[in-house]
Design a protein around this ligand. Structure first.
Ligand SMILES: Nc1nc2c(c(=O)[nH]1)N[C@H]1C(S)=C(S)[C@@H](COP(=O)(O)O)O[C@H]1N2
Ligand SMILES: [Mo]
Length: 557
């Protein structure tokens, strides 16, 4: 009789692993147990060498860009899909290996190796889940029992399927060839039945899981009452109206600005729910604000802790801030502007009790992300801030609830979210991404982008000429923007108008009114920072120091 082949094992691996993923997903949504495929992916992102991770990120960015999707929207989804694919592929390999073992040792037990393999992989998965701990809200004991049970059942299913596939037909009679054909047909029918059953479990599990609101508190961002105590904000979802946002109740500080954005320019102010999100977690860590403490240790007189309320009792500081990711490609959407509220580090510093020899603070987060900030930087700039609100509400879960740092003039990679510890140290060391090959300073590079050539909204000059508004943003970190220029085809650089920005720390909206001429035209933009320095014109990729080069737009008019 023919033994099931190794490729049948691979197929069975896929058929059995898909429902495992769905069941893990549903149970995660229902009970907060770990979603192992995401945990493994997050763990890989932390332990693999920076170069490998960076290649992976580049690949995702390329694919998302190629598909014409917005990076800030699609990048996380692409990563999540990849995480599931990696897990599924592992299941395929496990199936092939197990069926290979069965072929090599036809007489020994089927269940023993399958259960042992399930148990071993379950233990590894459990260790990884407990280490990164980014998806679960259950205790290690509950998580452990659940993962081991699920993986052992999954392993045992391989043995059961293999037994059924290699069992002799009960009613087999006739020539050897006939029996073999009948057996093949029977196997196929059985596999189709297994496939249908696992497909149903997969679809139902995934569907139900997606319908359920996760344990996460991400939705808070859109609407918790502004003045409610933080504790009230974290105990379950609050469906307050969007009016709670500061920006819905107050005019923006540049409301009277003379220069209007050209129609089609991106919103000058980003609602928190629209802010881009980049971090090393597939699901944002959820922190219980009531339990949370900011622990301060290292080179301090006495280690101490701050509650959120204690931090909020310091004089609050509000700043309009543009944050950009160093991975933002030229003209990309990993850059946004909102209103941050928190406490200036300078105010907090005297209460930390730093020792004489402390030179830097190591800021670290619940996801083990970390970065070093020099005391010199803090002492020179009162805008360095520990922030707990965006747009008048507690930070969204995805954007760092309950606490994140702001450091002017550097990319987001230097600015931990979900902070839970500050350690005073002597001497500088590399932060999470610097250690993985990115720029040590990560100072924001000046950039300018064309958002719109608004041919549909022409205006008339004083002389009756038709003008087309062209516009976009320019950003140079905390250095500000002193001048923006636009070039049409090979013409001279023309000065654009600058809209008064929301603050010294935000992007500037520019506008240029172009005397209309029919035909195909290429518009190029460049900016000068507050020191009068022209942006870097040469094209450079995002790695290691942030993208440079000029953005242009070709349009047929
Ligand atoms: N704890 C933690 N903080 C982090 C990160 C992270 O992975 N973990 N990523 C950083 C990076 S690379 C960027 S660009 C910003 C993005 O902040 P946002 O998601 O709120 O836009 O967060 C920074 N802070
Ligand atoms: Mo970033």
């Amino acid at each position: 009789m023919r033994k099931p082949s190794i490729s049948t094992g691979a197929l069975v691996g896929a058929l059995l692993t898909a429902p495992l993923i769905a069941v893990l997903f549903l149970a995660g949504r229902l009970f907060g147990v770990p979603f192992v495929p995401f945990d493994i992916f997050d763990w890989l992102a932390r332990v693999l060498p920076g170069a490998v991770v960076t290649i992976g990120i580049d690949l995702i960015v390329d694919v998302v860009t190629l598909l014409g999707l917005g990076l800030s929207e699609a990048a996380k989804a692409a990563e999540q899909a990849l995480a599931v694919a990696i897990f599924l592929l592992t299941g395929v390999v496990v199936g092939a290996v197990l069926f290979g073992i069965y072929r090599a040792r036809p007489t020994s037990s089927r269940y023993l190796p399958a259960v042992l393999l399930g148990l071993a992989l379950g233990l590894i998965a459990l260790l990884i889940s407990l280490t990164v701990n980014t998806t679960a809200t259950t205790s290690p004991l509950v998580s452990g029992i659940w993962i081991l049970l699920a993986f052992v059942a999954w392993g045992a299913a391989f043995a059961w399927v293999h037994n059924r596939l290699s069992a002799p037909l009960a009613s087999a009679a006739g020539s050897a060839a006939e029996v073999s054909t009948m057996q093949r047909l029977d196997r196929r029918r059985f596999l189709v039945r297994v496939g249908s059953a696992t497909a149903i479990i997969t679809v139902v599990g995934t569907g139900l899981g997606a319908l359920l609101r996760g344990e996460g508190r991400g939705r808070l961002a859109d609407g918790a009452p502004v003045d409610a105590p933080v504790d009230a904000l974290v105990d379950g979802p609050v469906d307050a109206p969007v009016q709670a946002l500061w920006s819905q109740r107050n005019p923006l500080p540049n409301a009277g600005a003379e220069v209007e954005p050209a129609p089609g320019t991106r919103p000058e102010f980003t609602l928190p729910s629209d802010h881009y999100r980049i971090d090393i977690n597939l699901l944002p860590p959820t922190v219980d604000g009531a339990e949370w403490r900011l622990r301060v240790g290292g080179l301090v007189g006495v280690p101490r802790e701050f509650t959120l309320d204690e931090l909020r009792s310091y004089e609050a500081m509000h700043q309009f801030i543009t944050l950009s990711c160093i991975s933002n490609p030229l003209g990309g959407d990993l850059i946004d502007t909102t209103r941050w509220t928190g406490v200036s580090m300078q105010r907090l510093l005297p209460d930390l009790g730093l020792a004489e020899d402390a030179t830097h603070l190591r800021i670290s987060s619940v996801d083990d992300f970390y970065e070093y900030v020099s005391l010199e930087t803090i002492e020179a700039d009162d805008r360095v801030m520990l922030a707990y609100q965006w747009d008048g509400l507690p930070l969204p879960t995805e954007n760092g609830y309950p606490l994140r740092i702001y450091i002017p003039d550097v990319y987001g990679m230097k600015q931990p979210k979900w902070i839970d510890r500050i350690e005073a140290v002597n001497g500088w060391a590399e932060g999470f991404w610097v250690e993985r090959g990115w720029d040590e300073q990560a100072q924001v590079r000046s950039t300018s982008v064309i958002d719109t050539v608004a041919a549909e909204a022409p205006v008339s000059s004083a002389g009756g000429e038709t003008l087309i508004p062209v516009g976009g943003i320019a950003f140079a970190g905390a250095r500000g923007i002193s001048r923006v220029e636009v070039q049409v085809d090979d013409g001279d650089w023309q000065e654009a108008q600058l809209r008064e920005p929301l603050s010294d720390l935000t992007w500037v909206i520019w506008r240029y009114e172009w005397p209309f001429e029919e035909g195909q035209h290429t518009f190029t933009v460049r900016c000068f920072d507050g020191n009068g320095d022209l942006q870097i014109v040469e094209r450079n990729p995002v790695r290691p120091g942030g993208a440079t080069g000029l953005s242009s737009e070709s349009v047929r008019l």
